[in-house]
Ligand binder design. Structure first.
Ligand code: MN
Length: 205
């Protein structure tokens, strides 16, 4: 029988210092190598615990195990999406989207600036730790902004994620202290719109 698979930290599509000055090398290093890695390890540990309990037919606290599992898998998946929708400023990062994404945002929000304003407000007002996400509803073909508390609440099931922004304090405290709004403003200079457009293209296929 094939061995069970586990999660792994994905490779970054740029170097750790390439998002400077918007995200410093030190900030990105800790965020990626410590925080993201911790979610990968956390998810794998729980999967191993589940594998073991199932093999031995042992009892588990399923409720707390699943909660912990979703927190860690959510963290891993969201961070993987986050790294992918960033790029060095001026080298794929920043500016405005083109293509189908631009059309969809204009149709929904009236203008890119209106979208940017709403997404910024969503990100800055997430209660405690969480994320802002731009998602796609296939039923209505509308882009919808979500707030994700921690990694796993307020989520619309099955909505595909186009773009995320991490607003956990661990994402910005070294560079911006407690000033989340300043970090959210910096985010717009390193958004990889080509990648966000590619994600939309995959969904619309
Ligand atoms: Mn994070």
């Amino acid at each position: 029988m094939e061995q069970n698979k586990f999660y792994a930290l994905p490779k970054l599509p740029y170097r750790l210092k390439d998002l400077e000055p918007y995200i410093s090398e030190q900030q990105l290093t800790i965020h990626y190598q410590k925080h993201h890695q911790a979610y990968v390890n956390g998810a794998n540990n729980i999967l191993q615990k589940l594998d073991k309990a199932r093999k031995e037919n042992a009892d588990l606290d399923i409720k707390s195990t699943l909660k912990e599992l979703s927190f860690n898998i959510g963290g891993h998946v969201l961070h993987s999406l986050f790294w992918g929708n960033l790029a060095p400023a001026g080298k794929g990062g920043g500016g405005k989207p083109g293509g189908a994404l631009s059309d969809a945002l204009e149709k929904e929000f009236g203008s890119f600036d209106r979208f940017k304003k709403e997404f910024t407000q969503a990100a800055t007002s997430v209660e405690g730790s969480g994320w802002a996400a731009l998602t796609w509803c296939r039923q209505t073909s509308r882009p919808i902004i979500m707030q994700i508390e921690k990694h796993n609440t307020n989520v619309y099931p099955m909505f595909r994620i186009l773009m995320v922004l991490d607003v956990f304090e661990h994402a910005y405290y070294i560079d911006y202290k407690n000033d989340r709004a300043k970090f959210v403003e910096a985010f717009w200079d390193i958004v990889n719109w080509d990648e966000v457009n590619e994600r939309l293209k995959e969904i619309l296929k």
